[in-house]
Design a protein around this ligand. Structure first.
Ligand SMILES: NC(=O)c1ccc[n+]([C@@H]2O[C@H](COP(=O)([O-])OP(=O)(O)OC[C@H]3O[C@@H](n4cnc5c(N)ncnc54)[C@H](OP(=O)(O)O)[C@@H]3O)[C@@H](O)[C@H]2O)c1
Length: 309
C-alpha cells in the first residue's frame, strides 16, 4: 500500500472517529427501526425500506483494517436502524469484499437485501463474475442482480434471466446513472421482463419524472434511485443555505433529509441508496424514511425552492 494511501486512510479514519463521537450527540437513533417506511415492489411482492445503502467509493477501502471496521460500523448502524438493501458492483474496487467483511463480522447475512451487478462487455464472463462477487459478499445467492450501466445489456440480461429461472438469483434489473441513455432504458423497461430499474433521481436531477417513473409504475417495476446527493456535490451546494420553513413540516432536520424525503416520496420510487463512510450520516439518512413525507404539492414547492437557490 502506498504511503499516500496510508496518509489518506489515517485522515479518513480520524474523520470517521470524530464522526462516531459526534454521532453520540445527534438526535437519538435508532429511533424505532419499525417506523422506517417500506414500499412494496409490485413485480416481486416484497416490501423494502425506502432508504438503502450505496457502496461506490465509500466502501472501496482495500484491506486497511481500520477502514474496514469503519465500514462495518456503518453497516451495523444501517441494520440496527432497519435498513436492508445494500447496492454494489464488481466495478466498485474492493467494496464487495468490504460488504462481505461487514456481513460476516455482524452475522447479518439474513438481514441484508443484497443487490449487485454484472458489469462486463464479454457476456460469456458474466456467470463467473457473479460467482466471484458472491464469494466476496459471502452469500449463497443475491437478491437482486442488475446489468450495470446497460453494458452489453441484451446478452447480460439473458444471463440474469437464466440465473433467475434456475433459482440462482431472486430478482433482476438494469441500471443507468447521470441521466444517461434514458431512451434505451425506456425501451428495455417496455420489452424486457424485469423486476427493478436503477437510475439517477433527486431534487435537481428530475428527468426520470417525465417518462421513466410513470412507466415503472405502469410496469410494476421497483425503482432504485442512485446518486441522491450527486456524490455529495448537492449537499455541498446547499450547505450554506438555511433550511426552509417547510422542512419542519416534513420532519427534516438537514438538507440531506430534505433531499431523501423528496426522492422517496415519489410514488414510483422504491428506495434511495445514499453512500456514506459515517455512522451519524447513515442514521440521519435512514431517519428520513419516516413519516411525515411531503405530498405532491409540497414536492413541487421543494423542487422549485431548490431550483431557485
Ligand atoms: N450506474 C449505477 O449502477 C450507479 C451509478 C452511480 C451510483 N450508483 C449507486 O448509488 C450509490 C449512491 O451514489 P453515489 O455513491 O454516487 O453518491 P451519493 O449517495 O449521492 O453521495 C455520497 C456522498 O454523500 C455523502 N453523504 C451521505 N450521507 C450524508 C449526509 N447525511 N450528510 C452529508 N453528506 C452525506 C457521503 O459522504 P460521507 O462519507 O461524509 O457521509 C458521500 O461522499 C452508489 O454508492 C452506488 O451504490 C449506481
Amino acid at each position: 500500500m502506498s504511503p499516500e494511501f496510508h496518509r489518506l486512510s489515517r485522515r479518513r479514519l480520524l474523520g470517521g472517529l470524530l464522526a462516531l463521537a459526534a454521532g453520540a450527540a445527534l438526535p437519538p437513533f435508532p429511533a424505532r427501526a419499525s417506523e422506517i417506511l417500506t414500499r412494496e415492489v409490485p413485480a416481486t411482492g416484497e416490501a423494502l425500506p425506502r432508504v438503502g445503502l450505496g457502496s461506490w467509493i465509500t466502501f472501496n477501502v482495500g484491506d486497511d483494517p481500520l477502514l474496514l471496521e469503519e465500514c462495518t460500523a456503518v453497516m451495523a448502524a444501517f441494520f440496527a436502524g432497519g435498513g436492508r438493501m445494500i447496492d454494489s458492483s464488481p466495478m466498485y474496487g474492493s467494496s464487495q469484499a468490504t460488504i462481505g467483511h461487514g456481513l460476516a463480522t455482524l452475522d447479518a447475512a439474513d438481514r441484508v437485501y443484497a443487490a449487485d451487478k454484472v458489469w462486463t462487455s464479454n457476456p460469456a464472463e458474466g456467470p463467473e463474475q457473479v460467482a466471484a462477487s458472491r464469494r466476496d459478499w459471502g452469500l449463497p445467492r443475491f437478491d437482486l442482480l442488475q446489468v450495470h450501466n446497460l453494458l452489453a445489456w441484451e446478452a447480460n440480461l439473458d444471463t440474469l434471466r437464466a440465473m433467475k429461472a434456475a433459482g440462482e438469483v431472486r430478482h433482476i434489473g438494469i441500471t443507468t446513472s447521470h441521466g444517461r441513455r434514458h431512451g434505451t432504458l425506456e425501451r428495455i423497461m417496455r420489452e424486457a421482463d424485469l423486476d427493478f430499474v436503477q437510475l439517477t433521481y433527486n431534487i435537481v436531477d428530475r428527468e426520470a419524472e417525465a417518462r421513466l417513473l410513470p412507466l415503472a409504475r405502469e410496469r410494476g417495476l421497483g425503482v432504485i434511485a442512485n446518486r441522491p446527493f450527486q456524490q455529495k456535490r448537492l449537499i455541498r451546494r446547499l450547505a450554506g443555505e438555511p433550511l426552509p420553513g417547510w422542512a419542519a413540516e416534513i420532519g427534516a432536520e438537514s438538507w440531506a433529509q430534505v433531499i431523501l424525503k423528496f426522492i422517496v416520496s415519489h410514488p414510483a420510487v422504491s428506495c434511495a441508496i445514499p453512500a456514506t463512510t459515517r455512522v451519524d450520516h447513515v442514521r440521519e439518512n435512514l431517519a428520513a424514511a419516516r413519516e411525515p413525507l411531503p405530498d405532491a404539492a409540497l414536492r413541487r414547492r421543494m423542487a422549485e425552492h431548490v431550483r431557485a437557490l
